[in-house]
Write a new protein. Structure first.
Length: 696
């Protein structure tokens, strides 16, 4: 038991001794002129301090310096050289805690007008650097600390030891422009495995870190950048071409300054992570080319609601923004502040614009998931919504535009049936509804001043709907009554539209009402291209009156072969032989000249003649055919029977050779003309003839 008590007593004393005296930190050092916070080394006597040494003096506990109290240090892992280019007048260094040595340039810097100092170092050496402030005044000849190629060295510690040798651990502001310009530019210093270079200032000056690590291709980790107040160009090209960096330092400043981040990570080909909390990025060129030629993939962390561009001046286009979600838009484009995006953070306002509709289409509605729109705006082709904390899909739905189809109200003799509207490129069918005895002649479809192609025939036509309203007009033509364009053979029934119906057809069927109503003649004889046809109306008339000049005039009735010559000699006398032409004096001639048939002649109202003897004999020769035709036509529109017991002798306009006051007539029972001379003043049966063209 006693032995145990002695052991416990020893352990307690050891603990108390450690509490009062602590351990000496070999890294603690001073520059020899200005004391570090550890004023007295272990073992010196200071009145009134805790504990006493073995010699009776009071002992001060060993001070453990913080990282900020560690000056800028170069640690060497192999024999070699450290080169100081353009050293400031107050620049000093301590090697392995020894005395401070002024750095005085003593050789010409290669390829430059500047001067430099070469310091020989051995493996394990540590060089601490101090100065009373930056002496960089221009971009020329800045202080640069580097290692000779092949010398294995690394850097760590507080760079503010170059601005104040004694109070650097508390400095938080840089006031001198270009303070650390190109400090480690284009050198072979590495990042320390365990310790960091410290840049503790929170308030920066113009160009203070400009090009600080540019082309330092062995730097693998960037120092923290806690600054919140930036200045023009403060980080410009700071890590330009640092190709070993994979992660950028966290950038805490909220408001950016002119050119502050310009080319900051330019050509840092392996950088894959950047966190920048800036919310005001409006300063001139503040991020110009700052991520140009970085890695194609990476993650960017930013403050919510900031509208960064997606390019080398903002966020790399192919990088993921942390906390953002995918926007999938079909038939439209999503954008933030005018920039096309496929992702957005929750809480950011996103605008989606539907694509320009295809011809004949119009935007209808957005289909979306989740519920980001409401009924009041889902039908707008351009909408803005707040990005939710999840992926969003939108689909623009388009519908056909239906254009109006208008039918001309002035269409006559028929109508059109067609839909009142149709979509672009739709095939539209027009159905014609002709009035009785009419057929569709033409259809015109117009889109403004442009004619639309119409296809089809008969009463059905089609067209392809253009992207606009159309107006349709149509014409209808009366359909031919006969089956032939014109009469060509004996027995043809001639209609008032000039067409004809052959006996071969009407002998096998009854005539239609339309055919009966419009029949005007029957072909009695064909003479080359002329068809001598007989009219369907007969009457009883005298050729001359007792008081007429023609009663005894043999000249006008002497044209036996041509009834037209006789008619002209009486009606259109140019020799003043007949000067008393009138209805009373020449009743039969007048009747023929004004022949109306059964008031169904339409425009075929001229050239009807009282036949000559030879012409009437031609009618007689084919009387059976004529009789058949007139019977088919019927008594309402033809004299039926054509020859009967009271009408067997028809007058001609051929002058009798035996009596100046007589003409020949033809007996339709036997064709006799010689024994049946008839006085011109006597009333007798008459019919009319007309010549129709029957050529091709």
């Amino acid at each position: 038991m006693k032995k145990m008590a002695k052991v416990l007593t020893f352990l307690m004393c050891a603990a108390l001794a450690f509490t009062f005296w602590g351990c000496e930190n070999p890294a603690a050092s001073t520059d020899g002129e200005n004391k570090t916070p550890q004023e007295n080394p272990v073992g010196t006597s200071t009145p009134g301090t805790q504990g006493q040494g073995t010699n009776g003096t009071t002992q001060t506990p060993a001070h453990v310096p913080s990282d900020l109290e560690t000056p800028l240090t170069i640690e060497v892992a192999s024999d070699g050289q450290i080169i100081i280019k353009n050293p400031w007048s107050t620049l000093k260094y301590k090697k392995n805690g020894g005395e401070a040595v002024n750095v005085i340039a003593d050789e010409q810097e290669p390829n430059s007008h500047g001067m430099q100092k070469t310091i020989e170092v051995s493996r394990g050496d540590k060089l601490e650097f101090f100065a009373a402030g930056s002496e960089n005044t221009t971009a020329a000849y800045p202080l640069t600390i580097t290692c000779r190629y092949g010398t294995d060295c690394s850097a760590y510690g507080n760079v503010m030891s170059l601005l104040n040798s004694s109070n650097f651990s508390t400095l938080t502001e840089i006031t001198q422009e270009k303070a650390f310009y190109k400090l480690f530019c284009d050198n072979h210093i590495k990042s320390h495995n365990q310790k960091n270079i410290l840049l503790p200032a929170t308030i920066l000056s113009k160009d203070c870190y400009n090009n600080m690590f540019a082309y330092s291709m062995e730097i693998t980790k960037a120092p923290d950048l806690p600054a919140t107040t930036l200045a023009e160009g403060c980080y410009e090209q700071m890590f330009d071409y640092c190709r070993q960096l994979t992660r950028a330092p966290e950038l805490l400043a909220v408001t950016l300054a002119k050119e502050c981040y310009q080319k900051m990570f330019y050509q840092c080909a392996n950088i894959q992570y950047i966190k920048c909390l800036a919310t005001d990025i409006r300063a001139e060129n503040c991020t110009t080319d700052w991520v140009k030629d970085v890695s194609n993939t990476g993650t960017f962390v930013k403050a919510n609601g900031v509208n960064w561009s997606r390019n080398e001046n903002g966020i790399p286009a192919s990088w993921t923004i942390e906390g953002e979600h995918t926007i999938t838009v079909t038939g439209g484009v999503a954008s933030v502040n005018g920039q096309t995006v496929t992702k957005a953070e929750a809480g950011v306002e996103v605008t989606v614009t539907a694509n320009t509709p295809a011809t004949g289409k119009e935007f209808d509605v957005w289909l979306y998931n989740p519920e980001i729109l409401n009924e009041n705006n889902e039908h707008n082709s351009r909408v803005t919504f707040t990005m939710p904390a999840e992926n969003v899909t939108l689909e623009a739905s388009y519908e056909d535009i239906y254009y109006s189809i208008n039918v001309d109200s002035a269409i006559a003799n028929g109508s059109l049936s067609v839909s009142s509207r149709a979509a672009y490129n739709q095939t539209v069918t027009i159905s014609a509804n002709p009035s009785e005895y009419y057929a569709l002649n033409s259809v015109t479809v117009r889109n403004g001043e442009t004619n639309v192609i119409v296809n089809g025939d008969n009463n059905t036509r089609t067209f392809t709907m253009p992207a606009g309203n159309v107006t349709i007009s149509a014409t209808f033509r009366i359909t031919p009554i006969g089956t032939k364009k014109r009469p060509t053979e004996v027995g043809d029934i001639v209609f008032n539209d000039g067409t004809a119906l052959p006996a071969s057809i009407y002998n096998t069927r009854n005539l239609t009402d339309r055919e009966k109503q419009n029949a005007i003649a029957v072909v009695a004889n064909v003479q080359g291209s002329r068809c001598l046809s007989v009219g369907l109306k007969q009457d009883s008339k005298a050729l001359c009156s007792d008081n007429s000049i023609g009663k005894t005039n043999t000249t006008v009735f002497s044209h036996d072969g041509d009834a037209r010559a006789t008619r002209d000699a009486i009606c259109n006398d140019n020799n003043s032989v007949i000067t008393d032409y009138s209805q009373d004096n020449y009743s039969a001639i007048y009747w023929a000249q004004n022949y109306a048939g059964f008031n169904n002649l339409n425009n075929i109202t001229n050239d009807w003649l009282i036949p000559s003897k030879s012409e009437l004999l031609l009618v007689y020769n084919n009387k059976s055919v004529i009789i058949t035709a007139t019977e088919k036509i019927g008594s309402s529109y033809a004299t039926v029977p054509f020859v009967n017991e009271t009408t067997t002798h028809y007058l001609t306009v051929s002058q009798s050779s035996e009596n100046a006051e007589a003409v020949y007539r033809v007996d339709f029972t036997n064709g006799d003309t010689q024994n049946h001379q008839y006085h011109k003043t006597w009333t007798g049966p008459v019919l009319v003839i007309r010549y129709f063209y029957c050529g091709d």
